[in-house]
Ligand binder design. Sequence first.
Ligand SMILES: Cc1ncc(COP(=O)(O)O)c(C=O)c1O
Length: 392
Amino acid sequence: MNVDSISIAISMTHMPDSRNWFTSMPSLRRRHFPRTRADGKKIHVGGLQLINFASNDYLGLSHHPRVVGAAQEALGRHGLGSGASRLVCGDAPVFHELEQALAEWKGYEAALLVGSGMLANIGLLHALAGRHDVMFTDRLNHASLVDGARLSGARVRRFPHRDTKTLEALLESTEARRRIIVTDGIFSMDGDMAPLTELRHLAEKHDALLIVDDAHGIGTLPDPRGACAMAGLSGHERLVEIGTFGKAFGGYGAFILGSQPLIDGLRQRLRTMIYSTALPYAIAQAMLVALDLIREGTLTARLQRNIGVFRRCCAGIPVMTSETAIQPVMLGDDTRALNTAKKLREKGFFVPAIRPPTVPEGTSRLRITLSSHHEAEEIRGLAEAIRDCLHE
Ligand SMILES: Cc1ncc(COP(=O)(O)O)c(C=O)c1O
């Protein structure tokens, strides 16, 4: 071996390949992907059958016979995949029917279907803004909004969670002609609601667009049309709203709502829709039925009842202030959160421990999600089990 080949061999040993590319992850922060199988409100984990308090299937629609039946019927008629982007040959009348039904129900001029919430948010923010624009984003926004803002190339100014005073100061100090305020409607890890009335006011005062991702509000709030409807904002000309099918609708996919010209513009520019395979037709057919069931209101009323049951029985538990289906229990420390989640599994309940970087340092927590198909007894049992775990 000559000197050159020896030095190449030495430097090669330091070159990461696929086996040692990700070596720097501390073990306590590793994400665990437990092998689970959700089955209605039950979940199977490592040979145990537990009551699932982790799912965003807030209304149990993923297993509703009418929703599943609609998908099965459409599968029989149209097969599984749509075969291409809508732009090429993946379009179908059911997509237009669903877009129209969503727009009418939510009180907007138009809607556009997208493959998932992640794709909707990344594509939307990328389509709306460029490097001459400024985005004002709540610090606790969902990762899809964080990534969308970053990928858009716009200047990003983050404001502390729900802090409209700081936001106003940022808006005042910004010269850019095009400004966009971006927020979750219901925050996915805290369960609290964005101050939408104040945000609308600031958007009007400072000539900004307001983007609200209401993935967790639609179908779950006292007005099932979600946080924007509750704040009387639906259809506002400065508002663009995102909803997902993966949560209260019990399916998969997402939709963007706004004015007709905005949606027409997105049809031309939303790269995550234009360059991506259309949703399976069976999903769209099933989501039409899910929409009917949500509109009817009984399931959301049951969920609201269950939120009340939990709030009434959570004395002694460090539960955060939330009136929604997301009820976080703040534990602070990573190990405490992981250990409590483990103990709860031993008592028959599946509740995930959420740790940084998903939430800020020092705010590890249990994230309880309630659904319409939990029984009051099961919810009280969970509260009792959490109290026991915390005192053991
Ligand atoms: C607030 C919020 N937006 C968007 C998404 C992404 O939606 P999807 O799962 O359809 O990609 C999620 C999912 O967890 C979410 O919580």
